[in-house]
Design a protein. Structure first.
Length: 403
C-alpha cells in the first residue's frame, strides 16, 4: 500500500489536530527503490536533496535506506550529521555563500561542489591539492516546470558559466586544486529525459580538461505527477539514456566515472499529505470560498509558483461535486485553488492537499503570527508525531523585549 487511505488521514487529524503534515515512510522507500532498480548496473550514487524536507527523522529514514544526503546550507550539513549520516555520504552543493561556510563544510569532511570562481580560488589557496572538490557549472540549458525553478539557463545565478571554463582551469593550475567532480542542476520538475542527456553531453565535452574526475553530478529535478493522469520523468528511460551516453563516450581519462543524482521531490513529494480543516464557507457571486485553517504560511507553492496541488474532501468523499475556491486565513490573497471541483464541502470538513512532502513544511513560516504545523510520520503503519506544532512561546522565543 503506497497511498495512505482516508481513514488513516482522518484518524491522524483527530489525534494530532489540524493543520498537520503527514509523511508516509513506505512511499519514500518505494520511490528510492524505483530509482536504484532502474539504475542497476550503472555506476550511480543518489543524494537526497534534503532542502525538500529536513525533519531529522526523514533524514535518518532516508539514510537507513542507503541513500546519501545533498545539502544546500551548512545547517543542512549539520542536520545530516546530527541524523547520523557519515560525512562521506553528505554532499554540500553551495550557491552564493561566504567562503567561511565552505571552510566549515570542509572541516566536517563532506563532499563539496563549489559554484563560483571566487570561492574556488580561495579554496585552492587554502587547501591546494589536499581536499578534492567538485565544481557546479551552469550549462546554459533551459529546463524545469517554470522559470522560478529553472536554474541552468544563461541568466541563472547558479553555477560557474561554462564559457568561463578557461578561468577555472587557470585557478586549478595556479593552486594545484584537484577537481573530482563536475556538477549541473538545470531545474525542478524536468519531465523531458532529453534535458538530462543534453546536460551529460555538455559535461562530456568538458571532461578531457580535468585529470582527476571521479563523478559527474546531474543534480535533481525529476518530475513527479501532481495532477491526476499526469506523468513524471520516465526514470527507466533516463537510466537507459545515461547508459547509452556512457557507451558512446567512454571516459577519456580512463578512470570509471560515477553518476551522481540529487533527487528531492522524487523521493518525498508524493509521500506527503497536508491536512487542513474548513473554518468557514463563503458563497459569493464570483465563487464559493472555502476558508481552511491554513494559508501560504504553511503551503506556499500554489501562490509562489502557481503550483497545482490535488485537493480532496476526505470528510465527504462521496458527496456531490460542486466548484469551490479554496483559500487560506492569511491577511493576503492566498488562493490554494480557484473553482476546483470537490465533493460537497461543509464547515469543519477535512481537506487534504496531496504531494505535500516536498517544499511544503520546509517553506512554511510564522507569517501573521500563526504557528507552524505539526509533522507526523507513518512508519510500519503506525503514526508518530515527529514535530510538535509551534506554541505561543515559540513566537516570543528569540525576541528581546527592551521596552
Ligand atoms: N540539487 C540542487 C542543486 C537543487 O538546487 C535542487 C533544488 C535539487 C537538487 C532538488 O530538486 P528536486 O529534485 O526537488 O526538483 N521550492 C521549489 C523547488 C525548488 C528547487 C530548488 N533546488 C518547489 O517547491 O517547486
Amino acid at each position: 500500500m503506497q497511498q495512505l487511505n482516508n481513514l488513516t488521514l482522518i484518524s491522524i487529524a483527530t489525534q494530532y489536530g489540524t493543520p498537520v503534515y503527514v509523511y508516509h515512510a513506505e512511499k519514500i522507500k518505494a520511490q528510492y527503490q524505483q530509482l536504484t532498480q532502474a539504475f542497476e548496473g550503472i555506476n550511480t550514487r543518489f543524494f537526497y536533496a534534503c532542502k525538500a524536507l529536513t525533519n531529522v527523522n526523514i533524514l535518518k529514514y532516508i539514510g537507513s535506506l542507503g541513500c546519501n544526503i545533498d545539502c544546500s546550507s551548512i545547517n543542512e550539513v549539520k542536520l545530516a550529521l546530527y541524523a547520523g549520516i557519515p560525512a562521506g555520504n553528505i554532499l554540500y552543493t553551495s550557491n552564493g555563500i561566504a567562503f567561511s561556510e565552505i571552510e566549515e563544510a570542509a572541516e566536517a569532511g563532506v563532499h563539496i561542489n563549489i559554484d563560483s570562481i571566487a570561492n574556488l580560488e580561495k579554496f585552492g589557496k587554502k587547501y591546494g591539492n589536499t581536499y578534492p572538490v567538485g565544481i557546479r557549472l551552469r550549462p546554459n540549458i533551459m529546463a524545469g516546470g517554470n522559470l522560478k525553478i529553472s536554474t541552468g539557463h544563461n541568466k541563472s545565478k547558479f553555477g560557474i558559466p561554462i564559457d568561463q571554463i578557461d578561468e577555472v582551469l587557470k585557478v586549478i593550475n595556479q593552486t594545484n586544486l584537484i577537481i573530482k567532480g563536475l556538477h549541473i542542476h538545470t531545474g525542478s520538475e524536468i519531465k523531458d529525459v532529453a534535458v538530462f542527456v543534453e546536460g551529460i553531453e555538455v559535461l562530456f565535452d568538458l571532461i578531457p580538461k580535468f585529470q582527476h574526475l571521479s563523478y559527474i553530478d546531474l543534480g535533481g529535478g525529476f518530475k513527479v505527477p501532481y495532477k491526476e493522469q499526469e506523468e513524471g520523468t520516465n526514470i527507466q528511460l533516463l537510466a537507459e539514456e545515461v547508459k547509452k551516453a556512457f557507451a558512446v563516450h567512454p571516459n577519456p581519462n580512463g578512470q570509471p566515472l560515477t553518476v551522481w543524482f540529487e533527487p528531492g521531490k522524487y523521493l518525498v513529494s508524493e509521500a506527503g499529505y497536508f491536512i487542513t480543516q474548513v473554518n468557514v464557507m463563503k458563497p459569493t457571486s464570483a465563487t464559493t470560498f472555502v476558508s481552511v485553517n491554513s494559508g501560504f504560511n504553511h503551503l506556499i507553492r500554489p501562490m509562489f509558483y502557481d503550483a497545482y496541488h490535488r485537493i480532496q474532501n476526505i470528510s465527504n468523499p462521496n458527496g456531490p461535486i460542486h466548484h469551490y475556491s479554496v483559500v487560506g486565513y492569511i491577511c493576503e490573497t492566498d488562493t490554494f485553488a480557484w473553482n476546483r471541483p470537490l465533493n460537497e464541502v461543509r464547515e469543519n470538513d477535512l481537506l487534504v492537499f496531496y504531494n505535500a512532502g516536498a517544499y511544503g513544511f520546509e517553506m512554511s513560516s510564522n507569517y501573521n503570527s500563526r504557528f507552524k504545523p505539526a509533522e507526523v510520520l507513518v512508519l510500519n503503519n503506525e503514526a508518530h508525531l515527529i514535530r510538535k506544532s509551534d506554541s505561543f512561546e515559540d513566537l516570543l522565543k528569540n525576541q528581546l523585549i527592551i521596552l
